[in-house]
Design a protein around this ligand. Structure first.
Ligand code: AMP
Ligand code: MG
Length: 425
């Protein structure tokens, strides 16, 4: 396992990292999973293309009409005044006209029908007039209008979709449009998750005094499943060094990444730090953000030997902090592991905040907000209580209000940046 060597990074201070810096450090260390597999086109939805899809055909395959109308020879048309042409037949989509268009001739043609040889212009039916076996075309038609030439979208041999593309319904449709039945995708990223904490209780068991139900494994499972990862749920692990060590070893034996929650705050982290030093290289970060200040990041291995190792994301325990640190750091890292190239920036949009908010200077704060429109302008309202344990604030919200480090307060009416939650997973 090669060294992670955090120390060689410029302006890297584990005790004070900006959100952007932490995201960049994580992202730069990731590399896509190597294994490819071939899947049928429908199974490829949500997967990442491993090899370019090369078009075996021209798209469209034939010159064809883009409109319902008349196929004509542009050279036959008078520049001033109407032109009378002879109606020689009809071409329908899937039923081509058998023959060539001669001088002074017009062919009734429907959208998608093959353009007959000789034609280089389609006159839309709304402007032409049929009279007996003649068609009258007004002046002002342009050569090449209302038609699609073979190979205009894509030439045979050209890459239709590039490796590194996440396959969405549009790409699935393009693949089918080429007549391609199977594509090569990267294997799914395997992510092991477990929760740590002696106070945690799994659903299905009665809640003893002082205990809380473990919700983080469920939000993590949901976010990972939506991202298209394979989730290995390892349950709740007690805050005991031997139990944790065993869990980390098991996770790293089967997963590309392991995500834990809890146990990384200053008071709790000491014995984990010692254990991690045995298992791999893990840095304990204090990120200038709220919620979600402490986070562990690094690489561990199951057997003490070589191998690529398993990425570790030790997220804080508070349920809101888990989701926000996942979105800001783990999500882009997983997209890169999945093979998405380039990893897209998640866009921020300005909105007018209608309520005042407190804000600490020097850190990025993620408040939960609800977007609405007022007088044609996008506005945002905080969801109410913003504690990092208040998971209902995430459920009520449709966006995160991202307050930059330099800001020290928000007054009602100020413009703030928001990140839509829809699309994060
Ligand atoms: P920690 O980061 O371990 O100090 O935990 C911070 C807070 O988050 C504590 O109040 C924990 O009870 C709570 N917490 C930790 N893990 C979970 C979990 N899996 N589900 C719900 N709450 C949790
Ligand atoms: Mg804990």
């Amino acid at each position: 396992m090669t060294s992670l060597n955090f120390s060689c990074l410029d302006d890297y201070d584990p005790n004070s990292l900006s959100v952007d810096r932490a995201r960049r450090v994580v992202l730069d260390m990731m590399a896509p999973v190597r294994v490819h597999e071939r899947v049928f086109v429908r199974q490829a939805l949500g997967r990442v293309l491993a090899e370019d899809v090369v078009s075996p055909v021209d798209v469209p395959a034939h010159d064809n009409s883009a409109m319902d109308g008349w196929a004509v020879r542009h050279a036959d048309l008078a520049t001033a005044g109407e032109t009378r042409l002879k109606n020689v037949g009809t071409a329908l989509a899937g039923r081509a006209f058998d023959g060539k268009l001669g001088r002074g001739e017009a062919l009734r043609i429907m959208t998608g029908a093959v353009l007959p040889a000789g034609a280089d212009c389609v006159v839309i039916q709304e402007v032409a007039r049929a009279e007996g076996d003649e068609v009258i075309v007004p002046p002002g038609q342009r050569a090449e209008q209302n038609l699609r030439r073979a190979g205009e979208d894509l030439k045979a041999g050209e890459a239709a979709i590039h490796a590194g593309t996440l396959l969405r319904p549009a790409e699935i449709g393009i693949i089918a449009s080429l007549g391609v039945a199977e594509v090569s995708v990267r294997r799914r990223v395997r992510v092991a998750i477990f929760s740590t904490g002696d106070e945690l209780c799994s659903i299905g068991t009665p809640l003893s005094p002082g205990a809380v139900y473990d919700s983080n494994r469920y939000t993590l499972w949901g976010m990972l499943t939506r991202l298209g990862c394979e989730v290995i749920d390892m349950g709740v692990v007690k805050d005991r060094p031997d139990a944790l060590e065993l869990a980390f070893k098991e996770a790293s034996a089967c997963a590309d990444a392991v995500i834990t929650s809890g146990g990384v705050s200053v008071g709790e982290a000491d014995f984990i730090k010692q254990m991690m030093a045995k298992l791999g290289e893990v840095a304990f970060w204090k990120i200038a953000m709220k919620p979600g200040r402490p986070m562990a990041f690094g690489r561990i291995r199951s057997d003490g030997a070589g191998g690529a190792g398993t990425w570790l994301f030790g997220l804080p325990g508070n349920p809101v902090a888990v989701m926000i640190t996942f979105y800001q750091f783990v999500r882009p890292a997983l997209l890169k592991l999945m093979g998405i190239d380039p990893v897209p920036e998640f866009p921020l949009f300005p909105a007018r905040c209608v309520e005042a908010m407190k804000k600490g200077r020097g850190r990025t704060e993620f408040q939960r907000g609800i977007l609405f429109q007022e007088h044609g302008e996008w506005c945002v309202r905080p969801t109410g209580a913003q504690g990092s344990g208040v998971l209902s604030s995430m459920a009520k919200a449709d966006c995160l209000i991202v307050l930059e480090p330099a800001r020290d307060k928000v007054s009602a009416g100020d413009t703030v940046m928001v990140q839509l939650m829809n699309g994060l997973v």
